[in-house]
Design a protein around this ligand. Structure first.
Ligand code: GLU
Length: 588
């Protein structure tokens, strides 16, 4: 979280056009309770912008778009108009949950061997594929904002881009997280003139406390405000994207060395022009009388969270150790099925089956309370009945970056939105003159078949969208929003969202406790990936059941959430510590 000095707070207040009650970002902490609407993001400037929109009478969608555009400025290594994401919306008036799939799409010429080096027939190393033109999918973020604003908002996209453009112009203070994200990417960023100039001033990451400005991005936002989103999908900004993809702006004087050739991509202006968001029905499952809505394909988040929750419901563990044991087992089983069955083109029947109670029964029967399953577990056979015998195919996994926001308004509308440029720093190429990084989302495809001898649902294909793990989730109780949450973290997104739900709905923790609790992620691998506090606290009771731990990771996820309480109140919750801490606020 950015702790803003007094000067920067004054600056932001003027950015927000003299709102008398504009939120001061310096007072936004990880938890806020109150009335009138609520915002939770990873960043105090973005949260303040969202709250300001709500205070001025905008609804949750207006606030979400304005806050998201601001995150594109202040969290540029996680998300922005060079990337894509998934928007889930509860519309209070129509009592309906809708979604927008703004996932990046691959080029029309993409084939299943897209990430195989023709020179030797082997898949590219991940970093070689990432830092290239090849990894870039058509960005869906701007189309998502426009679709959301048009469908459900009350303000024009142009007006919602204004606060973000002002933040980009005036700048914001560099904090330790921002600086570190650049330092971690210095070798890749140093290869491109445009990226170097913006993020390695004087050849090194900017100092903590210095002011980061992005006038090119401010101009890009204003250009979009004037000319509409076609300027990206059919116009000048799009031409610059294609130029950067096909002819990466490799520097004649790179900073540092990069171990790989920087390969051009094949995305074309036609690919951009052909892009549109999709509006798939949300996934839906029931858990203990609650309705859980999530994101359908190309995200695997909705079905994976649903399947694991359904399994937990069937097993119905009671004591703490058994709840955690079952959480880990249910995660592994749902990851096995995700790998085998879920990709952009999975049939609705299969998706429904994976999120069904009958499938959960078939999978839950494999869990023993005393002995952990040997990982990796095979996927279940979707056509079998009874306790599912294994089918062919196996797992593999990856992950880290992205950002998330949760917003609710006084009318009861709720937005849960996760968006990304894939890796922290995307493909490392800032579009020259435009101020935003391009995504490397196409590396979310599997480069080779991970499910052999079965088919892999997540191989590249013409125009295809890669499978995601993003899991924006809205839970309804008696048909009204009760809880909304989401997180970044690659494939760990699914387990982070699931674990917060387990903490809140099964263990009965308060939302802030559920968010702060130590995390662990079992994605169907031999060892559980855990934060040190989870490992030391629960390891002693889980190890005797046969669980094993991989090397600890410092942190998992950077979630945001809002709970809607009886009587129209809100509990807005962001991370107290992870990724520098987040910023939650309420209107009153
Ligand atoms: N590209 C990832 C996905 O769609 C998200 C990246 C991340 O959160 O690290 O699942």
């Amino acid at each position: 979280m950015r702790i803003l000095p007094v000067l920067a707070v004054a600056t932001l207040a003027s950015v927000l056009v003299a709102a008398p009650a504009a939120a001061s970002p310096s007072v936004l902490g990880p938890t806020a309770t109150g009335y009138g609407g609520a915002v939770a993001t990873v960043d105090p400037t973005a949260t303040a912008v969202g709250l300001d929109v709500l205070r001025r009478g905008g609804n949750a969608v207006d606030a979400a778009v304005a806050a998201a555009a601001t995150l594109g400025v202040t969290e540029p290594f996680s998300a922005g108009i060079g990337g894509g994401g998934f928007f889930v919306y509860y519309d209070a008036k129509h009592r309906r949950v809708s979604t927008i799939d703004g996932r990046e799409a691959g080029p029309a010429t993409m084939t299943s061997t897209y990430f195989i080096d023709p020179a030797d027939g082997l898949p590219y190393d991940f970093q070689e594929a990432r830092v290239s033109g090849l990894s870039v999918g058509v960005p869906g973020t701007l189309a998502t904002w426009e679709t959301a604003a048009r469908s459900w908002g009350t303000r024009s996209l142009a007006s919602l881009l204004k606060p973000a453009a002002s933040v980009a112009d005036r700048g914001f203070p560099v904090d330790a997280t921002f600086r570190q994200q650049i330092a971690d990417n210095a070798a890749a960023f140093g290869q491109f003139d445009s990226t170097k100039a913006l993020y390695l001033p004087g050849g090194a990451p900017p100092a903590v406390g210095s002011t980061q400005r992005n006038p090119d991005l401010a101009d890009t936002y204003r250009l979009i405000a004037r000319k509409g989103t076609d300027v990206l999908y059919r116009g000048a900004v799009g031409r610059d994207i294609i130029q950067a993809v096909q002819h990466p702006p490799v520097s004649a004087n790179p900073i540092g060395t990069w171990a790989y050739p920087i390969r051009p991509g094949v995305l074309t202006a036609n690919d951009l022009a052909r892009y549109d968001v999709r509006r798939p029905a949300p996934t839906r499952s029931d858990f203990r009388g609650l309705s859980v809505y999530g994101m359908s394909t190309p995200s695997s988040g909705g079905t994976a969270v649903s399947e694991a929750l359904n399994i937990l419901e069937k097993v119905n563990p009671t004591d703490l150790t058994q709840v955690l044991h079952t959480y880990l087992e249910a995660s592994a089983l749902s990851f096995a099925d995700r790998g085998r069955y879920v990709g952009a083109y999975t049939s609705p029947d299969v998706l429904r089956k994976l999120a069904s109670d009958s499938w959960a029964r078939q999978r839950a029967c494999q869990i023993s309370p005393t002995v952990a399953l040997t990982k990796p577990v095979p996927p279940g056979d979707i056509n079998a009945r009874g306790c599912t015998p294994a089918t062919v195919g196996g797992p593999t996994e990856q992950g880290q970056s992205t950002t998330n926001l949760t917003i609710a308004d006084r009318w009861g509308n709720v937005v849960e939105y996760t968006f990304t440029i894939e890796q922290t720093g995307g493909n490392a190429i800032v579009v020259p003159g435009r101020g935003f990084l391009l995504n490397n989302e196409l590396t979310d495809f599997n480069f080779t078949n991970t499910q052999a001898p079965a088919a892999d649902p997540n191989l590249p294909g013409p125009g295809k969208r890669p499978r995601s793990s993003m899991s924006p989730t809205i839970v309804l109780k008696d048909g009204k929003p009760f809880l909304a949450l989401g997180s970044p973290g690659g494939a760990t997104i699914i387990t982070t969202v699931l674990q917060i739900l387990v903490n809140r709905l099964i263990l009965g923790q308060s939302l802030p406790e559920a968010m702060a609790a130590p995390r662990a992620s079992q994605r169907n691998t031999a060892g559980i990936q855990a934060e040190p506090a989870f490992h030391t606290t629960y390891g002693p009771s889980l190890l005797p059941l046969g669980h094993s731990f991989a090397a600890d990771v410092p942190e998992l996820g950077a979630a945001t959430a809002i709970e809607l309480t009886r009587g129209g109140g809100f509990i807005a919750s962001a991370e107290p510590v992870r990724r520098g801490g987040g910023a939650a606020g309420v209107v009153r």
